[in-house]
Design a protein around this ligand. Sequence first.
Ligand code: PGA
Ligand code: MG
Length: 223
Amino acid sequence: MLHGIRGVIIDLDGTMLHTAQDLHIAVNRMRAGLGLAPLDLDTAISFVGKGAENLVRKTIGVDFSESEVELRFKEAMALFEQHYFDVNGEFATAYPGVHEGLQEMKRKGLRLACVTNKPIAFTLPLLKKTGLHDYFEIIYGGDSFAKKKPDPMQLLQVCADFGLAPEQIVAIGDSINDSQAARAAGCKVLAVPYGYNHGQAIQDVDSDGIVSSLLEAAHLISS
Ligand SMILES: O=C(O)COP(=O)(O)O
Ligand SMILES: [Mg+2]
């Protein structure tokens, strides 16, 4: 059990929503626009988690040298944004136990925030389309502040918004970025094993526990 918890910060990609297919499609349409061959799903997904700019750089870095990546970055980013706007949410699905877990957290009186590295312009329509938006008092994207996870800036802002101490908040995520941000902020951290941790095992990530679903997390948290 995690005691003394009043708020929960939940990651989006790989934790609440399986967004791999939409991202994969957008990445490959962008690559086609640059004359590059498609990437397989696992390769594309191993680049997810550190925001859209990192995804685009890594995705074209498969073929281009570092200096070519910088030269083509603007064009690639514009293509990715165009294609991800088209496909965002089309195949995204909530993982098992997400709605049930969020409802249980609400029933327990926990304050809920969503903190993602996905740009906010993609995050808000995606949360609305999948029926998750209204669970959250606060939603911050990867471009809401100067820094994103693994920096603690977004999490510390949520602590301040809620008027809670970091140790009264648990962050739940699928990747090392969530864990490092939570530790740097002084929050507790729970990890889910089913998401996109850059192809690495979640057991290698520092956490206060691994939960199979948000519902299991909700049962572990008490005020
Ligand atoms: O867009 C990304 O990099 C993924 O974002 P998230 O896992 O922080 O939700
Ligand atoms: Mg994630």
